[in-house]
Design a protein around this ligand. Structure first.
Ligand code: PGA
Length: 250
């Protein structure tokens, strides 16, 4: 299966900066579509991004989606709206949403389900905090977070994407070692095999958390790491392109 590399711009960008960044990324993308690539942008820019990327190999998505279908939910954006704007993906349950917006496993699962129902693949983020890792709870936490989504989406589990993002590695420059990441990815893969009934139906499992041009090759070489979710390094064309090259070489 091709690797998938997704940029998570978080709350960064402007009309001018987006154009500049994406023009450089598209111009430098490895030829031959040896890996899949996407950017998850602030929703306010989706209209611009659709215009800029519509005829390119770079796909796009959002960073969050409402758990509700439509109606009186001021400030929310529905999965159908994301689909309208050409989104192939949306992040759900990013640790910054869980932490700053109190999103529970159940809310994250409802969002994943809502996205799938509109043909938008949810990139389900799971990951332990530093305190949880130090208490030996890593596997319990990530399995619980993923189980909620598996339970909600039922037989559609092969249509999601999973991203393992240890909270202590996000934006800190402190990456999980390839061995630490692989250990968790293998556990997640087994959980997904059990849910899908077959290993060939298992969705891609991305690693995220300070992945950059220097460490991408070693992380992506791990047998159970199927791609990356890239924050800071996705805002610099050269760095994002290096990660795309590393993913294309695998
Ligand atoms: P980072 O962010 O690459 O800046 O650590 C990853 C993420 O939060 O998705």
């Amino acid at each position: 299966m091709k690797k998938l590399v997704v940029g998570n711009w978080k709350m960064n960008g402007s009309l001018g900066a987006n154009r500049q960044l994406l023009e450089s990324v598209v111009a430098g993308m490895p030829k031959g579509e040896l890996c899949d690539a996407a950017v998850c942008v602030p929703s306010i820019y989706l209209f611009q991004i659709q215009d800029l990327l519509g005829k390119t190999d770079l796909k796009w998505g959002a960073q969050d989606v409402s758990a509700h279908e439509q109606g009186a939910y001021t400030g929310e954006i529905s999965a159908a709206m994301l689909r309208d704007l050409g989104c192939r993906f949306t992040l759900v349950g990013h640790s910054e949403r869980r932490l700053y917006h109190g999103e529970s496993d159940q809310i994250v699962a409802a969002k994943a389900q809502r996205a799938l129902s509109c043909g938008v693949a949810p990139i389900v983020c799971v990951g332990e905090s530093l305190a949880e890792r130090e208490a030996g709870e890593t596997m319990t936490v990530v399995k619980r977070q993923l189980a909620a989504v598996i339970h909600a989406v039922g037989h559609c589990v092969s249509e999601i994407v999973v991203a393992y993002e240890p909270v202590w590695a996000i934006g800190t420059g402190r990456t999980a070692s390839p061995e630490q990441a692989q250990e968790v990815h293998a556990v997640l893969r087994n959980q997904l095999i059990a849910a899908c009934g077959h290993s060939s139906a298992v969705p891609r499992i991305l690693y995220g958390g300070s992945m950059n041009a220097t460490n991408a090759t070693d992380l992506l070489a791990q047998p159970d790491i199927d791609g990356g979710l890239i924050g800071g390094a996705s805002l610099k064309a050269a760095d994002f392109l290096s990660i795309l090259s590393a993913a294309s070489a695998e």
